[in-house]
Design a protein around this ligand. Structure first.
Ligand SMILES: [Zn+2]
Length: 247
């Protein structure tokens, strides 16, 4: 076989050794290899060199300068360097907008929460006011004076025994600490105290209205007392009594 006949096959041997030759050329080469010892030797040589290169060379870290130079040529590194200024500006803008939106959102949530609390308090005040009007319009409603140690504190208990409704109206109730509440107690003839609701002084007006919440008959009791208690109320009175009413 002449040198020229080998040439197209020889050129394909390195690619074949790497498994990179397409199927048609590979089939032709394999056919040629069966008849040509010279090309088989070439192939064996390329395979040996390839295996040797993969296994015999110890892994080495490139010098730092070379490594940096190579890294700077990577597409990702170039992208990061070139548009850096634009990126920074837009990122700052997006960040600022995000922060602003977040702040607005938190503010809205806080405002909604505050409004919900105000609405609940206003609803309670309106219901109590309507109860007061209803009590005043009922002929059998009793108008009982309150007793208080503080001379500035004055008011009335509107009591309707027929309908089992009572509402306290007190002027100049002292303001409480944040962690305090007023608690109403129904007092029976044996001196037992039963919880009848908690309230805080109404904001923005000099008087406070509070409904007496009773599961039993108000006629079973001889009066009420109002004490200062921790927020949420107590099982039994623990704080000073501010107001009392005798039925
Ligand atoms: Zn050959």
């Amino acid at each position: 076989m002449s040198h020229d006949e080998h040439t197209p096959f020889r050129e394909n041997i390195p690619a074949y050794a790497l498994g990179a030759l397409d199927a048609q050329d590979a089939a032709a080469l394999e056919s040629h290899l069966q008849t040509c010892a010279s090309c088989r030797t070439d192939l064996a040589g390329y395979r040996a060199v390839g295996d040797h290169l993969l296994t015999a060379l110890p892994p080495r870290n490139p010098p730092a300068a070379l490594r940096r130079r190579l890294q700077s040529r990577l597409p990702s590194a170039q992208k990061a360097i070139r548009p850096r200024l634009n990126w920074s500006i837009s990122r700052v803008a997006v960040g600022a907008m995000f922060t602003l939106l977040l702040a607005l959102n938190v503010n809205s949530v806080l405002q909604v929460s505050a409004l919900q609390l105000q609405q609940a308090e206003l609803t309670r005040q309106i219901q109590t006011s309507q109860t007061v009007l209803a009590l005043l319009s009922y002929p059998n409603t009793q108008n009982l004076p309150i007793h208080a140690n503080d001379a500035n504190v004055a008011g009335t208990l509107l009591l309707d025994m027929d309908r089992n409704i009572a509402t306290l109206i007190v002027w100049n109730m002292p303001q409480l600490q944040e962690d305090q509440t007023y608690q109403i107690w129904l007092i029976d003839p044996h001196g037992n105290r039963t919880n009848a609701g908690i309230f805080r002084p109404d904001l923005g007006q000099p008087f406070t209205t509070a409904s007496i919440l009773s599961t039993g008959n108000l006629s079973d009791y001889i009066g009420i007392g109002v004490t200062v208690e921790p927020t949420g109320g107590s099982d039994q009175p623990t704080g000073p009594r501010i107001v009392s009413v005798d039925f």
